[in-house]
Design a protein around this ligand. Structure first.
Ligand code: UD1
Length: 376
């Protein structure tokens, strides 16, 4: 059931960011009054973004500023909680900062909901596919299996594919359902798991309908192209635009589930409006595997720049091999299927990138990771 005339005043935390800003635009379009709390972190925004929506009220501040957050919560009926530090590699050495902002930040929000007077009727929290660790696999002999992590000794020998935890045969990736056991392999992922579970727990306890959305690999316009700690599509784009070949880890045959940011915004919106979503978790992906090598080739094609690629045979600690969303639940409860194909999504990204001058900072970030032995 859709309850569209209600709950029209909302707060989006992290609403100036890549995903949050698309959500803000959609909410404004749908007639919502939107406020945003965003820290405008300099790693993400070199300067104030030009895409900010004039109909939204932006408040610059930290989610951990209780007084500020509390005054914002008191004035709305629903919350989209997207504010987070998002660098997976970086989270492995800025541990205190990531845990503090992501976990304690969420704790401050929930503490307000538990202890202060408010009118919140719905909470949507941005979770992540990273909380699964590896995706689900099928073993020809043992059936569905959930291998945990690859051995570093195997990776050093270029044995990239996952093995069955029982018989050690090589296994094949299958769509990952929401009930796959969680197994975060980074501090970032751990904090996302905490955010998700804390929100659902407090939501249930106090009867505040809560939904957790596990975003898969999101791409599209407004991605922080110069931030070398962000996703692979942004990193490869800034490499290619600057005339440099993408640096590919492993053999480039690892796969991910890339979903366009506007599909993510739409699913966030639907999960807010639909009661059927309450107290549930959903995968938000397209359900289609794409290899990292294919991403490099496709970007070069749409950017019309042939720069080749560097397949390094090196690996990032904690990287997973394959994870693709099972989106049956998304289709069933939200009656939603992503609209953008990979090519259409890339065209949208390209259109936006034409006016961008990204800096290629990947080598600097790579050195940082090498120095800490997070890349071998
Ligand atoms: C991780 C998180 C995910 C988060 C995303 C973007 C996990 C399991 N998932 O996803 O929640 O949304 O980061 O922050 O931690 N790659 C290269 N060269 C590069 C960069 C990446 O080959 O220059 C490869 C990686 O080794 C990996 C794939 O591309 O195999 C995807 O990497 P990335 O975009 O960082 O995302 P994930 O690790 O899938």
């Amino acid at each position: 059931m859709v309850k569209s005339s209600m709950l029209k005043k909302v707060l989006v935390t992290g609403g100036a960011g890549f995903i949050g800003s698309h959500l803000v635009d959609l909410l404004v379009e749908e007639g919502y009054q939107v406020k945003t709390l965003d820290s405008f972190h300099t790693q993400v925004h070199k300067e104030k973004p030009t895409y900010l929506n004039p109909a939204c009220e932006y408040i610059e501040g930290d989610i951990r500023d209780r007084k500020l957050l509390s005054s914002l919560v008191a004035d709305v009926e629903g919350i989209f909680h997207l504010a987070s530090r998002v660098g997976v590699g970086q989270s492995m050495y800025q541990i205190e900062e990531y845990v503090d902002e992501n976990v304690r930040g969420t704790a401050v929000l929930l503490d307000i909901l538990a202890n202060e007077k408010h009118n919140i009727k719905k909470l949507v929290v941005a979770s992540s596919m990273s909380i699964y660790g590896e995706g689900a696999y099928n073993c020809d002999a043992c059936g569905v299996v959930y291998p945990v992590e690859r051995e570093v000794s195997d990776l050093r020998q270029g044995m990239w594919e996952m093995k069955c935890p029982h018989c050690k045969a090589v296994v094949h990736p299958i769509p990952t359902p929401e009930n796959k056991p969680l197994c975060p392999t980074s501090i970032y992922a751990q904090t996302k798991r905490d955010q998700e579970e804390m929100c659902l727990l407090i939501g249930k306890t106090y009867g505040i309908p809560t939904v957790a959305l596990r975003f898969f690999n999101v791409f599209g316009s407004r991605q922080a192209l110069s931030n070398p700690y962000t996703g692979v599509v942004a990193i490869f784009s800034s490499r290619i635009i600057n005339g440099n070949p993408p640096i590919i880890f492993e053999d480039g045959k690892q796969t991910r589930d890339f979903i366009h940011v506007k599909d993510i915004a739409k699913a966030c919106f639907l999960s807010y409006e639909k009661e059927e979503a309450d107290y549930q978790v959903f995968n938000l992906g397209r359900g289609k595997p794409v290899s990292i090598g294919e991403i490099s080739r496709l970007l070069q094609k749409i950017l019309k720049k042939e720069v080749g690629e560097e397949i390094t045979g090196r690996f990032r600690k904690g990287d997973i091999r394959h994870c693709i969303a099972d989106i049956a639940k998304l289709k069933k409860f939200l009656s939603f299927e992503p609209r953008y194909s990979l090519e259409e999504g890339m065209e949208e990204l390209l259109y936006w990138m034409q006016n961008e001058q990204p800096e290629d900072n990947i080598l600097k970030a790579l050195q940082e990771l090498e120095g800490r032995r997070l890349v071998e």
